[in-house]
Design a protein around this ligand. Structure first.
Ligand SMILES: [Zn+2]
Length: 262
């Protein structure tokens, strides 16, 4: 507000000076006009910003997305359905990444942290999607159990383009739903599409079997869908032992304080 008062004072001085000689007037104009030109955009920005929302975008990724990616540990906090705020994150449909974002250092950091999280012995997952770490961004890290060495691969803008074959039923669990498992009907095969992070060209691939199930589970996450939405039955997981999953109890599921202030 004090910026507005200063601008008004400056305007009054400027007007009074305009009543002096023509040479002084020319000099004042030469000095004052660039000043006025510089002040007006600042004034407009100051008056229009008000309480700027935290999510206001500053280039690639929103302010909150940048904060979460940069401030998280290499093994990120995983949202769980038992936390009401986490549930909202898990239910938010993801947006696509732009080419500029896929090329950015921040994306490389996110990809590395997603991989570290899903591969951590305490999690032991075969896939993780960005909404599970609180980011409504269309990216998932998935273990290619059908490839030699069973590598984890990060897929930007991943989606199922086509469902193939019969419906099959199998057990599924989820890092965001600890201690539970369900029997879920899925398509036996899928055609997936994503953006190649190297060339930025669209890629497609046909998959069958268990890896096709993983892709359906993870792309569901990107649409805000959990396996429990599709499951024919959900029960306690007899293999899940809280005492043998110390990270789940003491680490990953203890939300960092800075995230609670969002
Ligand atoms: Zn899941």
């Amino acid at each position: 507000m004090h910026l507005r008062a200063s601008a008004a004072r400056f305007f009054l001085i400027f007007v009074s000076c305009m009543k002096t000689s023509s040479s002084l007037r020319t000099l004042l104009l030469a000095v004052a006009l660039p000043l006025v030109a510089a002040v007006i955009p600042v004034l407009v920005l100051t008056l229009s910003s008000g309480d700027a929302p935290l999510r206001k975008a500053r280039g690639p990724f929103s302010a909150w997305e940048r904060t979460l990616i940069e401030q998280s540990d290499s093994v990120m906090y995983v949202c769980v359905v038992t936390d009401p705020k986490d549930s909202l994150e898990l239910r938010t449909p993801s947006r696509d990444l732009t080419d500029k974002e896929i090329r950015s250092e921040l994306y490389a950091t996110l990809a590395a942290k997603l991989l570290a999280t899903v591969r951590s012995p305490q999690q032991g997952g075969v896939g993780i999607a960005a909404p599970q770490v609180g980011l409504a961004i269309r990216v998932a890290a998935i273990q290619r159990l059908d490839q030699p060495g069973e590598p984890f691969v990060v897929y930007p803008n991943i989606r199922v383009l086509e469902h193939l074959g019969d419906t099959v039923r199998g057990p599924e669990g989820c890092l965001s739903i600890p201690g539970k498992r369900g029997v879920v009907p899925r398509s036996e095969g899928v055609v997936i599409g994503w953006t190649d992070p190297e060339t930025l060209e669209p890629r497609t691939e046909e998959l069958h079997g268990y890896v096709a199930i993983i892709f359906q589970h993870e792309t569901d996450h990107l649409d805000g869908i959990l396996y429990t939405d599709r499951a024919e039955s959900v029960s306690d997981d007899p293999d899940w032992d809280a005492e043998r999953a110390p990270y789940a109890m003491q680490g990953a599921y203890v939300k960092p304080a800075w995230r609670c202030t969002r």
